[in-house]
Design a protein around this ligand. Structure first.
Ligand SMILES: [Zn+2]
Length: 238
C-alpha cells in the first residue's frame, strides 16, 4: 500500500522540502492554504506508512475514521489509529443518542433531543409529513427526491444539515481523516451529503486553521457489517 499523507510539525520559520508541500501550509478540505507561523505542513512520513488502517470500503487505507450509518435511526463506528474503538463496555459508536437539542423531540431511548430525531429515516418522514400534509415512507421520499421533487429534496437538505452539525461534534472530538456515511438513507448521495458538508463546516470550530475531513458515501452496501465482522475475526483485532 502506498504511504498516506500525514500531518507533521515543522519549524514555523522553516521550509518543508517535501515535494507535496510548498512551505508552511495546511490542507483545508480538498485545497491548500498557507498557514504562516503555525508550523504545520502536509507531507508524507515513514511513520504514516506503518500506521494500521481500515481494511475495506470507503475507509480503506485511513487510520482515523468516523462512520455514521443512517437508517431508521443513527448507528456508527469509530476507528482510531487503525483500531476499532469499542469502549469500556462495547457501547462506543452510539452516536444517534448524543443530545443535539436540549429538551428537544422525544426519543425512543427515553431521552429528548437525540441526534437521530433530526437526522434519520424517521426524521425524513416527519419533515416530509409536515411539508406535504400526508405520510410517505422513506423510500417514497427518496424516489421523489431523485425524481427532482423540491419538497422531498428540501427534506433531505434538512436532515443533511443536521448530519453535518452532528458530525462536527464527532470531528471536534476525534479528528478523523474522513467521515463515511452509510445506511439506507444515504442512497441519495449528494442530496444528503452536500448539505452535510456545509453543515459540518458551519458548525466546526477552527476551520480557518484545521483540515475539515470530507464526508464520503460508504462503498460496501448492506453487506458492510458482515464484511467488517469477518475481517475482524480473520485478523483477530481487538
Ligand atoms: Zn435517544
Amino acid at each position: 500500500m502506498s504511504p498516506r499523507p500525514a500531518w507533521s510539525t515543522r519549524p514555523a520559520s522553516g521550509t518543508c522540502s517535501a515535494r507535496t508541500c510548498p512551505g508552511a501550509t495546511y490542507r483545508s478540505g480538498r485545497g491548500w492554504r498557507s498557514a504562516p507561523g503555525t508550523g504545520w505542513c502536509w507531507t508524507t512520513t515513514p511513520t504514516a506508512r506503518r500506521t494500521p488502517s481500515s481494511l475495506a470500503g470507503a475507509a480503506q487505507g485511513f487510520a482515523s475514521v468516523v462512520l455514521v450509518t443512517i437508517g431508521t435511526g443513527i448507528g456508527g463506528a469509530l476507528v482510531l489509529g487503525g483500531r476499532l474503538v469499542r469502549g469500556a463496555h462495547g457501547l462506543a459508536g452510539e452516536f444517534g443518542h448524543m443530545q443535539a437539542v436540549p429538551d428537544g423531540l422525544a426519543c425512543e431511548c427515553g431521552l429528548h433531543g437525540c441526534w437521530e430525531q433530526y437526522c434519520s429515516g424517521r426524521a425524513l418522514e416527519r419533515v416530509s409529513r409536515v411539508a406535504l400534509g400526508r405520510h410517505l415512507d422513506g423510500p417514497e421520499v427518496t424516489a421523489m427526491a431523485l425524481a427532482g421533487d423540491e419538497v422531498a429534496r428540501n427534506a433531505f437538505a434538512s436532515i443533511g444539515t443536521w448530519l453535518g452539525v452532528g458530525t462536527a461534534a464527532l470531528v471536534s472530538a476525534f479528528d478523523p481523516e474522513v467521515v463515511v456515511v452509510g445506511g439506507g438513507v444515504s442512497a441519495v448521495g449528494d442530496l444528503l451529503l452536500a448539505p452535510a458538508r456545509v453543515g459540518l463546516r458551519g458548525a466546526l470550530q477552527g476551520t480557518d486553521h484545521r483540515p475539515v475531513p470530507d464526508i464520503v458515501p460508504a462503498a460496501l452496501g448492506p453487506g458492510a457489517g458482515a464484511i467488517g465482522a469477518a475481517l475482524l475475526a480473520r485478523d483477530g483485532r481487538p
